[in-house]
Every structure is written in structure tokens, then in C-alpha cells.
Design a protein around this ligand. Structure first.
Ligand SMILES: NC(=O)c1ccc[n+]([C@@H]2O[C@H](COP(=O)([O-])OP(=O)(O)OC[C@H]3O[C@@H](n4cnc5c(N)ncnc54)[C@H](OP(=O)(O)O)[C@@H]3O)[C@@H](O)[C@H]2O)c1
Length: 294
């Protein structure tokens, strides 16, 4: 199987590239080589490579900036997906990564893949348009995998930001009234390769780690595990904040826990509690720190 990975420099894309199964031949593209918002750029590469499967980890992901860069967000997250569909043949599968931000967050039980969507910001609206393009134009060859609260040992994400702030500040305030599920991008990359291998029925799926947490809960657990692993020297007080205390340009869903049951059946993998997944990422981070020192 020949697989094209798009967004190969991103948090998830780079982990997909690093975890390619032996049986798979991969061609991976960064935004500088293949710009998905540019139809000619997509055509030039995909018409030549003619992959069996495209994994789209490319996206405009700047949630707050999207409020003022609406055109850019839609060019990548909507028009980019159409470019992908139009420049692949009917035999080419597409695994597309989407987001919990397609929901408004007014629920209080986990969202199912077919729960009503209603994004509250531009980023979510642009990602929803990308999903709708796939559902309308390529329903018989696409899998949409919605995920949430992604982090990894490397890259710009909440986990690394917290470790940095906990190492440099005397105290910290973190939002405690938004609930979701921290999700290891390392594990999501493996889950995506399971989709590629098993090729379950086409449609929309959800994947996050197990359980739920607020950003405050996540920060406290990062500090606890960071101290145990000696990634942090000392603990600092962490204060729970409300969303109103920490205004951001983009509104975020206050509840975005996703129901994963259909994915578990489709790929035969249950996942693990987010705290256990965090431990794995902390271990990777510790190994990286140790190899830098030696
Ligand atoms: N991060 C989260 O918490 C989260 C939560 C839910 C869903 N998701 C979804 O998960 C997927 C992966 O997210 P991530 O965290 O890995 O994001 P990321 O680190 O921001 O990576 C996105 C990648 O897309 C690339 N890209 C941007 N515009 C492009 C274009 N026009 N053509 C080609 N590539 C382009 C970027 O390239 P440059 O580096 O050159 O800009 C970047 O490498 C996305 O679909 C995102 O919507 C993420």
C-alpha cells in the first residue's frame, strides 16, 4: 500500500511519519512542498504519485487567529479538502483528521459521531466544511476521525507550554470549566495506522484517550507526573480559573468529550485512560532530556 501523508511537519503528521508500519510505502509532504489550498500544487503531486490512501494531517489550526484570518482557515480546511478529493481517483481512500470544535459544547454526555454539529468559532466552522465536503463528494472512500486536545512530547502544545511555565513561574492559573479529554498524538498516530490497515466502514469516527478532564485537571496531572519524573524541580500553586477569567479571541466548546465506542469496535482497540497516556509521553520527554544531556 502506498500512502501519502500531508502536513508531515505538524504535531500529528510528524508522528505518523515516524510510526509507518513495515508493509506501507509512504510519501510525506510538508506545506512548503504541497500546499493543500493550492489546487495546482495538489494536482502536481497526487496525479504523479497516485497513492492508494491519503492521510490528511494538514490543517489551519490557529484557533484564535482564525477569527481574524477567516479566508486562510477556510482555504486550508475547506478548499484544501476539496482539492484533495478532486485530485484523487475513486480508488484512493482518504483518512481526514477533524476536531471536537465542530460541536458547540452544550451537551453533558459524550458526543456521538452523528450528534448535531454547531461550531462556535471560525476554526470549527472551517473544519466542519471540510468534513461536509468529504461526506458529500467522497462518502464511499473516506474516513473522518475527529479528535481533541492533542499533545505530544515535541511541538507547541498545552503539555509543553505547561512544563515550561511550571519551570519558570511562581504560580499559574488554568481554566477549570472547559471539559474534554487530553489525547496523546503518539497514540492517535498508531490509531490512524490501524484504520489504514483494517479499513473499516467509511464515515465519521471519534478518537481521544479515555476519560475526561478540565484544562486545570490536565495541568495538575502534568505537574504531578513531571515532578515524579524529575522534569520539574519544584511544584508551584495552580489556581483554577473560569473561562470568563481568561478571555480568548475564539469561543471554545465548554464540553467536548467524544464517544469512541464505534471506533473501538471498528479497529478492535480500546485505548487507555488519559493519565496513563500522559505517563507514556512524560517517559518519552524524559528520554529526550536524558539523551540531550549525554
Ligand atoms: N492540536 C489539537 O489539539 C487538535 C485537536 C483536535 C483536532 N485536531 C486536528 O488534528 C490535525 C492535526 O493537528 P496538529 O495538532 O498536528 O496541527 P499542527 O501541528 O498545527 O499541524 C498542522 C500541519 O498542517 C500544515 N499545513 C498548514 N497549512 C497547510 C497547507 N496549506 N498545505 C499543507 N499543509 C499545511 C502545517 O504546516 P506548517 O508547519 O508549514 O504550517 C502543519 O505542519 C488537524 O486536522 C487538526 O485540525 C488538532
Amino acid at each position: 500500500m502506498h500512502v501519502v501523508i500531508l502536513g508531515a511537519n505538524g504535531q500529528l503528521g510528524s508522528l505518523l511519519v515516524r510510526s509507518v508500519p513495515h508493509s506501507v510505502k509512504v510519501s510525506a509532504y510538508t506545506s512548503s512542498v504541497l500546499d493543500i489550498s493550492n489546487s495546482a500544487s495538489v494536482a502536481r503531486v497526487l496525479n504523479k504519485v497516485k497513492p492508494d490512501l491519503v492521510i490528511n494531517a494538514a490543517a489551519y489550526t490557529a484557533v484564535d487567529k482564525a477569527e481574524t484570518e477567516q479566508d486562510k482557515a477556510f482555504a486550508v480546511n475547506h478548499a484544501g479538502v476539496i482539492n484533495l478529493i478532486e485530485n484523487t481517483g475513486p480508488q484512493t481512500g482518504i483518512i481526514h483528521v477533524s476536531t471536537d470544535f465542530v460541536f458547540d459544547g452544550n451537551a453533558n454526555t459524550p458526543y456521538l459521531p452523528d450528534s448535531p454539529v454547531n461550531p462556535v468559532g471560525i476554526y470549527g466552522a472551517s473544519k466542519l466544511k471540510g468534513e461536509q465536503a468529504l461526506t458529500a463528494l467522497a462518502p464511499d472512500r473516506s474516513w473522518i476521525i475527529r479528535t481533541a486536545w492533542l499533545y505530544a512530547a515535541e511541538g507547541k502544545n498545552f503539555f509543553n507550554t505547561m512544563l515550561h511555565l511550571m519551570g519558570t513561574r511562581e504560580q499559574l492559573g488554568v481554566v477549570a470549566d472547559q471539559k474534554g479529554t487530553p489525547t496523546s498524538a503518539h497514540t492517535l498516530a498508531r490509531v490512524i495506522w490501524m484504520f489504514a490497515e483494517k479499513q473499516p466502514g467509511y464515515g465519521i469516527y471519534h478518537w481521544t484517550d479515555q476519560g475526561e478532564a478540565s484544562w486545570f485537571d490536565f495541568a495538575c496531572e502534568i505537574q504531578k507526573q513531571g515532578l515524579e519524573a524529575s522534569l520539574l524541580d519544584k511544584g508551584i500553586p495552580i489556581k483554577p480559573l473560569s473561562t470568563a477569567d481568561y478571555p480568548t479571541p475564539a469561543k471554545r466548546p465548554s464540553y467536548s468529550v467524544l464517544d469512541k465506542s464505534s471506533t473501538r469496535v471498528a479497529i478492535g482497540y480500546q485505548g487507555r485512560p488519559w493519565q496513563e497516556e500522559l505517563q507514556e509521553v512524560i517517559n518519552i520527554k524524559s528520554e529526550q532530556a536524558a539523551s540531550k544531556e549525554s
